[in-house]
Design a protein around this ligand. Structure first.
Ligand code: SAM
Ligand code: DTB
Ligand code: SF4
Length: 324
């Protein structure tokens, strides 16, 4: 196969490089044409009735020095959150065992850090090892990492590292000023370089335009290796954060974003992430039809509410979806 000028040669395949014009054109398609296309791509790459289940646990809560405008855990805003130090290995393991018996296949631990200190990382490494020994996949999201820290996590057996780009490069400074877009990319590259699977996505509903959503997905899809896991969050509007009074996202615009993510990253697990408390069953069903094939499963996300497992189980039964 000959490589087109916009294509990037990888070791054994030619990965398409998407242009912003192409991605904008996908967003502009009539809704039915877009989700028909994304559903076909979904079926070519996955069993369309299987949804991967990841359970979250916040292992260190609040007083984060970063000023992410959406985040209840930032020390810059008064959200009434009680801060908590790093949890003990024992209580994390209890939560992981509970997640496994409820049906989760992946356990994701989040910490409200700008970046982990080396002695904290050692404690997280013990958690990763213990959770893996229970037969669960592991994911952590700890903020920025050095290449050396990423290597240590890989050595511990970590399966995924979550680090979101959140929005477009252009819109980033409207949301966070304590770090920049390139800082995020640097950590993602360190994670990739270490051989850990990348979990990277963003948030819809922060006041960004369609062109920012297109640009965010282009950045993800055009990575040397696109992320294996792509969480698409709908903003949870938390009281006390600068985004608490933001306008709600139109459900069809959210579903369109899922569909475009599926088209431009056909092999990724696209996760219908935060915001499901505000979504109807019909909206979630359309997200799954459009190509979402993973959810956060369990009654809490990091600090805010998520549907209880019984609700998701009943919903899956109605649609014949199977949690994996
Ligand atoms: N401190 C680490 C970091 O920023 O990478 C890890 C935790 S952080 C809370 C993980 C991700 O959760 C953020 O990048 C953001 O995409 C998502 N998130 C946080 N607050 C949210 C909210 N209110 N609504 C939707 N997504 C949110
Ligand atoms: C991701 O993309 N979404 C999750 C996870 N990665 C860490 C977090 C959502 C947080 C929603 C608000 C909260 O509960 O703090
Ligand atoms: Fe801190 Fe992460 Fe929240 Fe930003 S999103 S304030 S880095 S916990």
């Amino acid at each position: 196969m000959s490589a087109h000028c916009c294509d990037q040669q990888t070791s054994n395949s030619v990965q398409k490089q998407w242009t912003i014009t192409e991605i904008n054109a996908l967003f502009a398609l009539p809704f039915n044409d877009l989700i028909f296309q994304s559903h076909q791509i979904h079926r070519l790459n996955f069993n369309a009735n299987e949804v991967q289940l990841s359970t979250l646990l916040n292992i260190k809560t609040g007083s984060c020095p970063e000023n992410c405008s959406y985040c209840p855990q930032s020390a810059h805003y008064n959200t009434g959150l009680k801060k908590e130090p790093l949890m003990s290995l024992e209580s994390v393991l209890t939560a992981a065992k509970r997640a496994k018996s409820a049906g989760a296949s992946r356990f994701c631990m989040g910490a409200a850090w700008r970046s982990p200190r080396d002695n904290d990382l050692d404690k997280v490494i013990e958690m990763v090892q213990a959770i893996k020994a229970e037969g669960l996949e592991t994911c952590v999201t700890l903020g920025m990492l050095t290449p050396d820290q990423a290597q240590k996590l890989k050595k511990a057996g970590l399966d995924y590292y979550n680090h979101n780009i959140d929005t477009s490069k252009k819109y980033y400074q409207n949301i966070i000023t304590t770090r920049n877009f390139q800082d995020r990319i640097d950590t993602i590259e360190a994670v990739r370089e270490a051989g850990i699977n990348v979990c990277c996505g963003g948030i819809i509903g922060m006041g960004e335009g369609v062109e920012d959503r297109a640009s965010m997905l282009m950045t993800l899809a055009n990575m040397k290796e696109p992320p294996e896991s792509v969480p698409i969050n709908m903003l949870v509007k938390v009281k006390g954060t600068p985004l608490e009074t933001n306008e709600c996202v139109d459900p069809f615009d959210f579903i369109r974003t899922i569909a475009v993510a599926r088209i431009v990253m056909p092999k990724a697990r696209v996760r219908l992430s935060a915001g499901r408390m505000e979504m109807s069953e019909e909206m979630q069903a359309l997200c799954h039809f459009a190509g979402a094939n993973s959810i956060f499963y369990g009654e809490t996300l990091l600090v805010t509410e998520n549907p209880i497992p019984e609700t998701d189980t009943a919903f899956f039964a109605k649609l014949g979806l199977v949690g994996v």
